[in-house]
Unconditional design. Structure first.
Length: 390
């Protein structure tokens, strides 16, 4: 049920008086929300700016990339982050700032094959909250859908500003779909991972950090300091061979070194923005990885495969090495091994690795004809002294 005009004005007045500042980016549908906010006196206390990147080129320019789909939660979240980052340059540090992004697919002058829907996201320093509403086709004309989305934007912004307001769900009929999600901000989640609160966090390409995402079946572990073309090519080859999506994995802990600093984790993670998911873990060894990701294939180089089967990496205890391989096998884990050049420049393949016969089935080779890249992250760092060496 929609608010009365008087109730809506009281709500917006409360938003103006909340002490929050807001920047808005709306792709077109629902842009009447800006007028709603400014019709009530005091709008300058709340609103920093509003942008309407309506055309596809304008949206790509605003975001800095062309989104896979203009009307999606991912795009709304990216818009919220972008407009908040812009707003942060226009207000004093420490300002309670919200960036809101909204995108909608509404009644058009051409028949629309997909759903009539809206996606709204609000980004603050502490979290990102987004919602999706799907409207029944043919139930409302363009004007009515525009009004509904505009009011949904106002309600969602109110929540982001800490002002009590109905859910946008209240604007939809009982048979229409609505869903909402709140994601803890990246800084908090990464810090908590480093502190040991979690063993695993999944970073989505859009930057969302999830605590219970489906476990991938193929992982490409690495330090990614930095990520380079060889990593990306290896992932594509492994995907082609296994016909499964490959996800990268970065362990924030190391068996022989202190944990990565939070800034280092964020820098390395930023390299995958809008490219690939990344599993952030506290699992430095493959035994620990196999516990977090049972039935998973790990994509590694032959140099890493040598370490997996070398007793010296188990305290010169061959029994520990066998126990580790037994546990990995028991979890359904396996290894897909790529050709690599070692420190001496020798080309090493799976055939050069002394895998105990009883564990031979754990290892499969990526043919050299399919993949061989001799570049390494350490070589790149050596050429760039300012690189992150943590």
């Amino acid at each position: 049920m929609s608010l009365s005009e008087a109730a809506r004005q009281r709500l917006i007045s409360a938003m103006h008086a909340s002490g929050c500042k807001a920047s808005l980016a709306i792709t077109g549908g629902g842009s009447g929300a800006v007028g709603e906010l400014l019709r009530v006196p005091g709008g300058s206390r709340l609103l920093i700016e509003a942008q309407v990147p309506y055309d596809g080129v304008a949206l790509a320019t605003f975001l800095g990339f062309a989104p896979a789909q203009a009307c999606s939660s991912d795009t709304a979240i990216a818009m919220a982050r972008s407009i908040r980052a812009r707003g942060a340059r226009l207000v004093p540090a420490g300002t309670d700032l919200v960036g809101l992004g909204a995108t909608a697919a509404l009644v058009s002058d051409r028949p629309r094959r997909g759903e009539h829907r809206f996606h709204i996201a609000a980004a603050s320093s502490a979290r990102i909250a987004h919602c999706t509403g799907v409207m029944a086709k043919g139930r409302r004309d363009r004007s009515a859908e525009e009004d509904l989305v505009a009011r949904a934007i106002v309600l969602w912004l109110a929540h982001a500003c800490g002002v009590a307001a109905p859910s946008p769900r209240s604007l939809l009929d009982a048979d229409e779909h609505f869903a909402e999600t709140v994601v803890v901000a990246a800084a908090d989640t990464i810090d908590r991972l480093l502190a040991g609160a979690f063993d695993r966090v999944t970073a989505q390409p859009d930057g969302q950090l999830l605590l219970s995402a489906p476990r991938p079946l193929i992982l490409l572990p690495g330090s990614f300091n930095p990520v380079h073309a060889g990593h990306m090519l290896l992932a594509r080859v492994a995907e082609d061979l296994r016909q499964q999506a490959v996800v990268f994995e970065l362990s924030v802990t190391n068996a022989d070194k202190p944990p990565l600093a939070g800034d280092a984790v964020r820098r390395r993670l930023a390299q995958f923005a809008w490219k690939s998911p990344v599993e952030l873990t506290r699992a430095p060894t493959f035994v620990e990885k196999s516990r977090l990701f049972p039935r998973t294939t790990f994509v590694i180089g032959a140099d890493t495969a040598e370490r997996v089967v070398a007793p010296k990496y188990y305290g010169d205890d061959e029994a520990r090495m066998h126990a580790a391989l037994e546990e990995i096998a028991g979890s359904g884990g396996s290894f897909l091994v790529a050709v690599r050049s070692d420190a001496a420049g020798r080309v090493r393949a799976l055939g050069d690795v002394p895998v105990p016969r009883r564990y031979a089935d754990l290892f499969s080779e990526i043919p050299e004809l399919r993949f061989r890249v001799d570049t390494s992250s350490s070589e790149i760092r050596a050429r760039a002294p300012a690189a992150d060496n943590s």
